[in-house]
Design a binder for this molecule. Structure first.
Ligand code: PEP
Ligand code: MG
Length: 570
């Protein structure tokens, strides 16, 4: 058995097809007629742009606009005058062939991105190598692997899947994907999830253990991969696959149903999104609104800040698509684990405790925060937008943000620009400080949304991304549970809505407790909505009180988890 990172849920069983991208041999050649070499490069560039455009259009119609965006990112790189200018420069100055000039220039950029360490930059490095090979193949007349014509029941095995390779996949024929490289948030993983193909990535040295035609079984939910497994293993996974598909199908009956407990308590079941295109999945899975729009994603994967106008369009698009349903938009939450190179942030000694989120925004009012708030207010004329402030620790931060919003409202009034006059301004409760003074915040915030991803981190003093201490990272710790219960009680006491947008909101072990505490709104990834609706509608909040009391009586996380597992029957 091999172990990798689970990238897309589900069980894949089929025959391995190893997709090896041809290794291009790039040699340095001296050219004397640099003008005609430049013309040759330009023609190849044009062809590459055309090919990418066609792939993007095909992907947009077959899969979705969001997925096509990855290839649109490639188009941006191919059309970047700085990049192409450097290649032309190298041809002229060094008198070398196009293939070699492309190799040198693109590798310099790819290596630079790769050395930056974070996952987003790794992805940019992959993108850069992808367009490099595409241009070189055109120049050398090498055809690409034809993924589109793989036979049915294929498990695709590759070192890494470039977005342009993944784009050609036909989900009817590909039952699974295994790669040696990549991470959960790499573009190929995102595409696999969008295509709903089970996938495991980052399986170390996998290619040296598998050959074409081998029988592969993979579990995209726990990252296990088997090569030519025993019949018993295959049978077990066959059953697991059937159960997975059956569950998915069964959940469809919850589309259009209200989210109400057996004793008549209505809660809101809403979604977390990162880009306007994510709304498609929210509607598909019947989300009742947006509980968290992580706006920092609009700022990532680009070389300059999105303008007020671009942001306005993005927020408006979501508000309009959700058609009057609540849309909670969180103001920029960067810093910590989310870096944006062009913002010019210095590396903090302690990034999670440093210059990030609202702290950064209040320090960069003119160039960052005001344009975002203006865009949000303008978009609020088109739907039910609410503004959410992240990482607050003291009331002054909320007051300062609200004062700024009032100032912008006046400006908009003077300019005769429409906005939602009574727009709500709430906070993420995700720090220990905000939790401790939740009663004070509840008087001035219009709503709470509990961010358990950070609340757990800050309550337990445990880095949310550090494997060595991950045993401490659980919302079922008595300390975190007490904090959550307290926050909900303070919000309810003041009569404001209390939601949760951290991962705990869709955790089957947490849902009964959250219902018992009186949580009003559960926000999660779109694909978790129907399962959560099924769970919520099966409970009675009255009956859950005793369960919550018992859970709160334990001294350790292990005991709470054990008790909750027994209660939900896991
Ligand atoms: C959280 O902290 O729980 C949260 C929802 O925000 P993020 O994961 O973006 O920090
Ligand atoms: Mg957070």
């Amino acid at each position: 058995m091999y172990k990798g990172t689970s990238a897309s849920a589900g069980i894949g069983i089929g025959k391995a097809a190893i997709v090896e991208d041809v290794q291009l041999v790039i040699t340095k050649e001296t050219v004397s007629d640099t003008a005609s070499e430049i013309a040759r490069f330009k023609a190849a560039l044009e062809q590459s742009i055309e090919d990418t455009r066609m792939l993007a259009a095909d992907l947009a119609t077959r899969v979705g606009e969001k997925e096509a965006e990855i290839l649109n990112g490639h188009l941006m790189l191919l059309s970047d005058p700085m990049l192409t200018g450097e290649i032309e420069n190298s041809i002229t100055k060094d008198g070398v062939n196009s293939e070699y000039a492309i190799e040198q220039v693109c590798n310099t950029y790819a290596d630079m991105f790769a050395s930056m360490g974070d996952e987003l930059m790794q992805q940019r490095a992959t993108d850069m190598r992808d367009i490099k090979t595409r241009m070189q193949k055109v120049l050398m007349g090498v055809a690409s692997v034809d993924i589109a014509s793989l036979p049915a029941g294929t498990v695709l095995v590759a070192k890494d899947l470039t977005p342009s390779m993944t784009a050609g996949i036909n989900p009817a024929n590909v039952t699974g994907i295994v790669t040696e490289l990549g991470g959960r948030t790499s573009h190929s993983a995102i595409l696999a999830r969008a295509l709903e193909i089970p996938a495991v990535v980052a399986v170390n040295d996998f290619l040296s253990h598998v050959k074409n035609g081998d029988e592969i079984v993979l579990d995209g939910s726990d990252g296990c991969v088997y090569v030519n497994p025993e019949p018993a293993v295959k049978e077990e996974y066959g059953k697991k696959r059937d159960a997975f598909l059956q569950e998915k199908k069964d959940l469809e009956q919850y589309i259009g149903k209200p989210t109400v407990t057996k004793d008549g308590v209505h809660v809101e079941l809403v979604a977390n999104i990162g880009k306007p295109e994510d709304v498609d999945k929210v509607l598909q899975y019947d989300g009742e609104g947006i509980g968290l729009f992580r706006t920092e994603f609009l700022f990532m994967d680009r070389t300059a800040m999105p303008t007020e106008e671009e942001q306005f369009e993005a927020y408006k698009k979501v508000a309009v698509a959700m058609n009057g349903k609540p849309v909670i938009i969180r103001t920029l939450d960067i810093g910590g684990d989310k870096e944006i190179p062009y913002m010019g942030l210095e590396k903090d000694e302690n990034p999670f405790l440093g210059y990030r989120a609202i702290r950064f925004c209040l320090d960069r009012k003119e160039d960052v925060y005001k344009p975002q708030l203006r865009a949000l207010l303008r978009a609020s004329a088109y739907g039910n937008i609410k503004i959410m402030v992240p990482l607050v620790t003291c009331i002054d931060e909320l007051r300062e943000a609200k004062a700024l919003i009032e100032e912008i409202k006046k400006e908009l009034d003077e300019a005769g620009i429409a906005y939602k006059k009574d727009i709500q301004v709430g906070i993420m409760v995700e720090t220990a400080a905000a939790s401790l003074i939740a009663d004070i915040f509840a008087k001035e915030a219009d709503f709470f949304s509990i961010g358990t991803n950070d609340l757990t981190q800050y309550t337990m003093s445990v880095d949310r991304g550090n494997d060595k201490v991950s045993y401490l990272y659980s919302p079922l710790n008595p300390a975190v549970l007490r904090s959550i219960k307290h926050i909900i009680a303070c919000g309810r006491e003041a009569g404001i809505m209390v939601g949760m947008c951290g991962e705990a909101a869709s955790d089957p072990l947490m849902i009964p407790l959250l219902l018992a505490f009186g949580l009003n709104e559960f926000s999660m990834s779109a694909s978790a909505i129907l399962k959560s609706r099924k769970l919520i509608t099966g409970y009675s909040t009255k009956e859950l009180q005793a369960v919550a009391d018992k859970a709160m009586s334990f001294a350790t996380e292990k005991e709470v988890a054990q008790f909750m597992r027994e209660f939900v029957g896991q």
